[in-house]
Design a protein around this ligand. Sequence first.
Ligand code: ADP
Ligand code: MG
Length: 683
Amino acid sequence: MKNELFDTIIKIKGIGPIIQKKLEEKNIFNKIDLLLNLPTGCIDRRYCPKLDQLEVGKISTVFAIPIKYNFPRIRNLPSRVTCKDEYSKIDIIFFNTRENYIKQMLPLNEEVVISGKVNTYKNKFQITNPEYIRTTNKGSDIKKIMSRYQSIKGISDKTLQKIYSNEANNIKQVPDWYEDCFLREMKWVSWSDSIKRIHNPIEIDDINKNSKFYERLAYDEIFCNLLVFNEIKKRIQLIKKNPKKICKKEINLIFKMLPFKLTDDQNLCLNEIIQDMKSEKKMMRVLQGDVGSGKTVIALIAMFLSVKSNFQSAIMVPTEILAIQHFNLFKKFLNNSNIKIELLTGKTKLKNQEIIRSQLKKGEINILVGTHSLFQDKIEFKNLGLIVIDEQHKFGVKQRISLALKGSNNTDVLLMTATPIPRTLVLTNYGDMDISTIKNKPFSNDNIDTLIKPIDKLDEVIDFVNKKINFGDQIYWVCPLIEESEKSKLMAVIKRHNFLKKKINKEIGLIHGSLKKNEKDLIMKNFIQKKLKCIISTTVIEVGIDNPNANTIIVENAERFGLSQLHQLRGRVGRSGSKAHCLLIYSSSISETGKKRLKIMKKSNDGFYISEEDLRLRGFGDIVGYKQSGEKDFIIADPIYHSHLFELAKNNLEKINKIQNKNFETLFKIFKKEKVLNIIDTG
Ligand code: ADP
Ligand code: MG
C-alpha cells in the first residue's frame, strides 16, 4: 500500500537538503520518523498581560501599538521599537534584523500581537527578538500552546516547530487497525488525529504520557511489538520435528550422577524443557534465573537426555574460559557414561578442529561445548537435537529467528539468561519464546555482605582488601565507568592500577578493553590459578567467569552502574557458598536517588526484585542494557508508566487468532517491523 507517511522528509514543506541532513543525523529519514519523534514539552503562550503587569522571565503575548523606531547607525547595536498600550510601554529589541523587515512587521500606529520572553534593560521592560509578531486581526493564529522538541543543532526551534506543526496537520487519515468499538471503549481517536493533536496541542496536558492521544500511540507500539512476536512464535511452531524419546529411566540415571538433588524450581523448569523436547514442536525456550541459580546443570541434563534419545547436543558460551569450565564440569559429571564430549573454541588447533568436525559429522561426538566458533557454516552435525546458548543476554530477536531456522528441524533451542528483567519487559523481550524461571537459588545468598562506602574512605577499603588477601582471598576490583573516550577510560584504569600496585603488596593484574583476547585470557588464567591475587578491570570481568576462590569484589563509582549490572558483578563472588564481600564505592557527586539505589543493593540479593526496583527508581529510559539492542527499544511507550497498556495488549492479543487484518501492515511499517516478519517468510 502506498502511503505518504513513508516518504522521505525531503518531500516535506520547509525541509531542504541542509535541514534534511541535520535530521538524518538524528535518524529521522522518513515522514513517519519525524512524526514519531514526539515533543518533549510545551511552550505556554496563554499569558496575555497588559503592559503595566509584565513580569520578567515570563513568556508573554502582548497587544501593543508601535509608536517609535530607533535604528542606530553603529554596527552591533540593536534596533529598538517602542510600543504602547493604554497602560504602559514596552521596547521590542532586534539584533541582526533588517530595518525594512522591522518596519514591515511593526508598522507605526497599527496594533500588533507580539509574543516572547519579557526581560528588562535599564529598568525598562523589553522583549528581545520576539518569536512571533502578527497584526491583530491575524493574532489568533499565534498558537497559545506550542509543542517543543529536542533541539537540533543548526535548526532553529521555531523552524523545527513549524515543520512539525505543518506536517502533522497535513497527514491523511489511515484506515484504523482497531475495531471501532475498541476505540470507543478506550475513548481514543484515530491514529492520525492523535499524532496531529500531540504535535499541535490544545491543552498543556495533551502531550503528557497519560493523555488519551499519547496512550493510544503508546498502545500502538506495544501492541505491534507483541503482535510481531506472537506471529514469529506461531510460524516457528509450524515447524515439525521428531519428538525425542525421554523416559523415566534416563532421567533417574542422570539424577544419580549429580552430587546434589535439584531444587523445586529446577525440577519445574526441567520438566517444561523435557515436555518441549518430547513434543512435535521445536523448542524455543528461555531459561531465566539469577546468577548461581543452577541453570548450567539443567542444561547439562537436557543435553544428556537429547543424547540418550540418539541426538547430538551443543552448548555455546560467550568466552573461551567459560567454555573450558563447562567442558570440565560436564566431563566430571558424565564421567561414568560412555558419552563423548568435545571442546571447540577459536583456540583449538586447526588439526584438532578438523578431527572434531569430521567426528561431528559422523555422529561420533555426542556433546560439543564451544564458543561462537560453533556457529560456522563448515561445522555440520550428524543430527543436532539440542542447542543451548548460555549467558547471551545480547541476543536479539533476529538472531533468535535465524537460530531457530538453522540446522535441522529437529534442533531444539534453549537460551539461558542471568539478566533478570522486569515482568513487562519479559513480555516484549521474549514474546516469541516460552519462558522457564528459576526463582529461588540452591544456596541462600546471605553469604554475601554488601557494604557501601564513600570514595574518601578508600584507605579503609584498601586495608580491608589487604587483610582479605592475607587470609587467602582473591579480589575483583572494578574501575570507574567513565562515559568519555576509550582513551581516557584506559588512562583511568592504568592510573588506578599503578596506585593500587603501591598500596597492595601482592601480584595484581590489569584487564581492559584494549588488551588482545589472549592477553586477557592469560591474566584470567593466572587469576584462577591464584598467581594473581587481585585483578583490576573495567566492567569487562568476563560474564559467567567462575573463580570460587575470589570472594571479594570492589566496584568504584558504583552509582553509575545499572543495578542489574551491579548484581551481575556481585554474582562473581560467593559462588561456592562461602562468605563473600561486595564493596560499592560511590563518589561525592552521588544523587539522592543514587543513594537509594545503592541501598537496594545492600538490602537485597534477589536479582528480580533489584531489577524491578531499579526500573521504578530510574525510569525505563535510563536503564543500561535494556536500550542496547535495537529491537528492545520503545520510542513512545514507557514500560513502567504504561504497564497497564502492556497488560491490555497481552489480553487483546489472545483474542486475535490470525493476522487477518490487513491494516496491521501499516502498523508494522510504522514501527519498522515488516522486515522482521520477512526474515521468517524467506527463511
Ligand atoms: P548459573 O549457571 O545459574 O549461574 P550454576 O549452574 O553455575 O548457576 O550453579 C551455581 C552453583 O550451584 C554451581 O556450583 C552448581 O554446581 C551448584 N548447584 C546447582 N544446582 C544445585 C542444587 N540443586 N543443589 C546444590 N548445588 C547446586
Ligand atoms: Mg552459568
